[in-house]
Design a binder for this molecule. Structure first.
Ligand SMILES: NC(=O)c1ccc[n+]([C@@H]2O[C@H](COP(=O)([O-])OP(=O)(O)OC[C@H]3O[C@@H](n4cnc5c(N)ncnc54)[C@H](OP(=O)(O)O)[C@@H]3O)[C@@H](O)[C@H]2O)c1
Length: 222
C-alpha cells in the first residue's frame, strides 16, 4: 500500500486529494492546522495530523510523529492567496506571511521528509500558473505570484539536489478550481482537477524531475 503525505487537507484540493488517494487504497497522512477541522479528512479515510507549515517547530514535530513511515508521495498542497498585494498597496508583513506559507513551508516539509521516501519517491508542490513568469499578462498579486514563482525555483533546485537519492520533485498547476481560494466562478471542480493531477503524478519518471505540469498533463512554461 503506497503512502502519501498531504498538507492542508481539511478542505479544498487537499481534502479532495485525501479522498481520492484513500479511495484508491493508499495510506493517507493528512495535515490540518486546526485539529477541530480534521473530520472531513478522517471521514475520507485519512490519518489526521496537526501542522502549520509556517511553523518550523510544527514540521519538526510532524517528522518525529511520522518517523516510521516511508512516503511514496509528499504533496505540498497547503497555501494561501493573501491580501493587500496590488502595486502601491503591498503590505510587507502580509507579503512575508504568504511567502512563508507558500514557499518556505513546502521547502521545510520537503527537507523533513526527503530522507524517508519509498517507491517512486515523488515530492509534488501545488504551484499555480500565477507563478509562471511567461504566463503573466495581467500583473498584480505580488505576494501570491512571487511566492509561487519562488516555489517553482525550490522545486527545480530540489530536482538537482535530490537526483542522487532518486527523488522526483515536480510543480503542479491545478487550473482554476472552485474552492474557497478559487471562488465560485472557477470553471473546474476539485474532483476533476485532482484526478488530472493524480494522473500526472502517476505517470512520472525520473526524467520529469524539476518540471512544471498543468492538471491536464501539459507542461507550464516557467
Ligand atoms: N483553487 C485554485 O483555483 C488554485 C489555483 C492554483 C493553485 N492553487 C493552489 O492549490 C493549493 C490548495 O488551494 P485550495 O484551492 O484548495 O485552497 P483552500 O480551499 O483555500 O485551502 C487551502 C488549504 O491550505 C491550508 N493552509 C493555509 N495556510 C496553512 C498553513 N500555514 N499551514 C498549513 N495549512 C495551511 C488551509 O487550512 P485552513 O483551513 O486551516 O486555513 C486549507 O486546508 C494552494 O497551494 C493554492 O495556492 C489553487
Amino acid at each position: 500500500m503506497p503512502n502519501v503525505l498531504i498538507t492542508g487537507a481539511n478542505r479544498g484540493l487537499g481534502l479532495e486529494f485525501a479522498r481520492q488517494y484513500a479511495a484508491d487504497g493508499w495510506r493517507v497522512c493528512a495535515t490540518v492546522r486546526d485539529p477541530a477541522k480534521g473530520k472531513a479528512a478522517s471521514d475520507a479515510g485519512a490519518e489526521v495530523y496537526v501542522a502549520d507549515v509556517a511553523d518550523a517547530g510544527a514540521i519538526a514535530r510532524l517528522k518525529g510523529t511520522l518517523a516510521g513511515v516511508a512516503f511514496d508521495l509528499v504533496l505540498n498542497n497547503a497555501g494561501v492567496y493573501g491580501e493587500r498585494q496590488a502595486f502601491g498597496y503591498v503590505d510587507p508583513e502580509e507579503f512575508l506571511r504568504v511567502v512563508r506559507i507558500n514557499t518556505l513551508g513546502p521547502l521545510l516539509v520537503s527537507e523533513a521528509f526527503a530522507g524517508q521516501m519509498a517507491g517512486r519517491k515523488v515530492i509534488a508542490a501545488v504551484s499555480s500558473k500565477m507563478g509562471s513568469i511567461a504566463d503573466n499578462s495581467s500583473g498584480g498579486f505580488y505576494a501570491y505570484r512571487a511566492s509561487k514563482a519562488a516555489l517553482d525555483m525550490v522545486v527545480k533546485s530540489m530536482a538537482i539536489d535530490l537526483k542522487a537519492q532518486g527523488v522526483i520533485p515536480v510543480a503542479l498547476s491545478p487550473g482554476w478550481v472552485r474552492t474557497d481560494m478559487g471562488g465560485p466562478s472557477a470553471p473546474l471542480d476539485a474532483p476533476t482537477a485532482v484526478a488530472g493531477m493524480r494522473k500526472v503524478l502517476g505517470g512520472l519518471t525520473a526524467a520529469d524531475a524539476g518540471r512544471f505540469f498543468h492538471f491536464d498533463g501539459s507542461e507550464v512554461p516557467w
